[in-house]
Design a protein around this ligand. Structure first.
Ligand SMILES: [Zn+2]
Length: 264
């Protein structure tokens, strides 16, 4: 099986075991998330097959510090020496001062999920800590690194970030949205704060992105904006989304699903 899939010019999906890992190659190679422990093999192989030397990887942008997104971070960082950026809210987890699974989860379902994750992290798939190059705080007012716009989209986790590449009109949402089984709002049991996650959808909808890449499931590789506005409108209509400003102009055109996409 191929180690990667070209989604559009400049954007590739690397076949991680549990979540989507993305490589943006323009203007310089940047990785978004690193999948589970062990996924470093496929990441490094994909870089090689695409003709990039591992040391050419400029940055690793972390959407959030759940194990299926930072599991291979230490190994990829060691092989590439790329700079790592994540939220300041999740710095302690990534740098090993707190367990990844100690982040809050909503409701009984979330608490049970957390117990399962504890066992996984302690005994099955150990996380190796990594020092961040940069910890993004939404109060910094910077919001940009190497031309990439950083958008705080908390709620799924306390420090969830999304990354917008203006030249490609592409946004990478991590789990602030899901692409499985279809583009949708995050699941409550997976969230640290569901109401906040619904507010974050409004920030994503306002970007007017043409392409949207989720942490799980199939991306929207064209005309993503109407779908994002529809999701924001759905978020605003939920009881937890009460008081959210409705996103206007839903548009009428339907999105284009990823070609040759796979389910994950
Ligand atoms: Zn997650």
């Amino acid at each position: 099986m191929d180690t990667y899939q070209k989604l559009c010019d400049g954007i590739y999906r690397i076949r991680g075991s549990r979540s989507n890992i993305y490589l943006v190659t323009e203007p310089v190679p940047v990785l978004i998330d690193t999948g589970m422990p062990g996924d470093e093999m496929v990441i490094l192989q994909a870089l090689n097959e695409l003709g990039f030397h591992a040391r050419n990887l400029r940055m690793i942008l972390i959407t959030h510090a759940h194990l299926d997104h930072v599991g291979a971070l230490a190994a990829v960082k060691a092989a590439t020496d790329a700079r790592v950026l994540a939220s300041t809210h999740e710095k302690d987890h990534i740098e090993g001062r707190r367990l990844l699974c100690s982040m809050p989860r909503e409701g009984l379902g979330g608490k049970l999920f957390k117990c399962m994750l504890y066992i996984m992290e302690k005994y099955v798939k150990k996380y190796e800590p990594v020092q961040l190059y940069s910890a993004y705080s939404e109060t910094d007012g910077t919001g940009r690194i190497d031309g990439v716009q950083i958008i705080a989209t908390p709620g799924h986790s306390p420090g969830s970030l999304s990354f917008y590449f203006p030249a490609l009109k592409a946004v990478f949402t991590g789990d602030a949205l899901t692409g499985t089984p279809a583009p949708g709002l995050p699941l409550r049991a997976g969230c640290s704060d569901y109401a906040r996650s619904l507010r974050s959808v409004q920030s994503l909808a306002r970007l007017g992105a043409d392409r949207c890449f989720f942490g799980h499931g199939e991306p929207l590789v064209g005309n993503a904006a109407p779908s994002l506005r529809e999701l924001a409108s759905r978020a605003a209509s939920l009881p937890e989304g009460k008081g959210l400003e409705k996103v206007v102009d839903l548009g009428s055109s339907s999105p284009t699903r990823g070609k040759n996409g796979r389910k994950s």
